[in-house]
Write a protein that binds this ligand. Structure first.
Ligand code: ADP
Ligand code: MG
Length: 403
């Protein structure tokens, strides 16, 4: 069976970092608000343990990250200076923001560092070479350091220069956040306490086919909600009104239903749904049984009956992994199903792992993140792991046990 990390990887605890120049690929890609300020610093906070660990050992800490999608050019709004400021406040020590991530000025700034100092290189994606993995750019980054640390779980599904290039050039180990993320997913995928349920939702089934394929053989219960439930309803012969139906995925959904039945996995769809005229705030909405969706309506959320049933079923589980909201939770009147599932997980006496950009966002918004066992900092990376695929950024690290 495929697993999350094919081999055990070295971590910063396996090597001597004392006094070394350590290049840390972090995921400091925080959401910004309309004023260009940090809207949520969860990812910055999640990066602190590795940085503190290195500082305490007098390493010279060279942080790097991307922020948003500057498309290979300098975008003033996306400079990492604002992240350096926040880091500095959280760490209560100076963090110098450099104006580039490679080149002579960066090299001299790094050469001037003492043990325990921290610098943050400029947004990696100001250079198109980051995404293309250009060898000269890789050398420019690798030349700054003695050791490479990947702590950017959220970027580890990308084969970019700072993720897979640099670890080919330096001793390369996992940071504490990357290790924590991998441990959380490995534990539930390989050795879950049972009953084990997966809750899968979100807009489209086509985004989640590989996750569903990989998860069905592992779970006792699969709950499907969100927009993607429409395609499952259609597969069971229900009308779905004006909901987005992925007609080209009906076969795939049929195969998933068969696979679940064959393996004795219970696959629950919402027994009722909230349907609206439009997926907009203020649009007239009603609750109907799933088998009676009016032709001129679109599914916006799971219904209260579904929320009750899902909550009851989940409360009997010892492990739950959740990816994908139950409804269009960005609109408050369609957020109730997602909130009820989040609350059920928050109350669970067991292991709860949340993955996916929107799902994490919802859990944070409801103020329930602290009540979960693990809330992943990765969106695409979490989906990659849940799909049973290897993360290139993890593969590129040194195997544990190597000299
Ligand atoms: P994640 O980022 O957690 O993996 P997805 O990206 O798959 O989740 O899905 C998130 C999106 O799914 C949200 O923007 C939400 O509005 C949308 N969504 C959920 N339910 C529905 C629905 N019934 N109709 C349309 N969109 C939906
Ligand atoms: Mg998403």
């Amino acid at each position: 069976m495929q697993n999350v990390i094919t081999r055990r990887k070295k971590t910063i605890r396996d090597i001597d970092v004392r006094g070394k120049r350590v290049l840390v690929r972090a995921d400091l890609n925080v959401p910004l608000d309309d004023d260009g300020d940090i809207a949520d610093d969860t990812r910055i906070r999640a990066s602190l343990p590795t940085i503190r660990y290195l500082c305490e050992r007098d390493a010279r800490v060279i942080l790097c990250s991307h922020l948003d999608r500057p498309q290979g050019v300098v975008v003033e709004r996306l400079r990492l200076a604002l992240v350096a400021n926040r880091l500095s406040v959280l760490l209560n020590r100076p963090v110098a923001a450099l104006r580039d991530c490679v080149g002579p000025e960066v090299e001299s700034a790094v050469a001037a560092m003492s043990g325990g100092d921290i610098v943050l290189l400029e947004n990696l994606r100001f250079h198109p070479e980051e995404k293309t993995g250009d060898p000269a750019f890789v050398e420019g980054l690798a030349g700054l350091a003695d050791v490479y640390v990947n702590d950017a779980f959220g970027a580890s599904h990308r084969a970019h220069a700072s993720v897979v290039g640099v670890p080919g050039r330096l001793p390369a180990v996992a940071g504490l956040l990357l290790e924590k993320e991998l441990d959380a997913f490995t534990r539930i995928l390989q050795n879950p306490e049972r009953p084990f349920a997966a809750v899968i939702g979100g807009a489209k089934v086509s985004d989640k086919l590989e996750v569903l394929e990989n998860i069905i053989p592992r779970v006792d219960l699969l709950i499907v909600g969100g927009g993607m439930a429409a395609t499952f309803f259609a597969g069971r012969g229900y009308g779905t009104g004006r909901s987005r139906l992925e007609a080209d995925r009906l076969d795939a959904v049929g195969r998933l239903e068969a696979k679940a039945a064959e393996r004795g996995v219970r696959l629950l769809l919402p027994p009722d749904v909230v349907v609206a005229e439009r997926l907009e705030a203020g649009s007239p909405a009603v609750v109907v049984p799933a088998a009676e969706i009016p032709e001129d309506r679109v599914i916006a959320d799971i219904g209260p009956g579904a929320a009750d049933e899902f909550s009851r079923e989940l409360s009997r589980c010892r492990t739950v992994v959740w990816n994908g909201p139950m409804g269009v939770f960005e609109i408050p009147e369609f957020a109730e199903g997602t909130r009820r599932v989040a609350a059920a997980l928050a109350n669970l006496d067991g292991t709860t792992v949340i993955g996916g950009g929107s799902t994490t966002d919802a859990v944070v918004r409801f103020g329930l993140a602290d009540l979960m066992t693990h809330v992943s900092t990765g969106g695409g990376a979490a989906l990659t792991v849940l799909a049973g695929k290897v993360l290139p950024g993890v593969e590129a690290l040194d195997d544990a046990g190597e000299p």
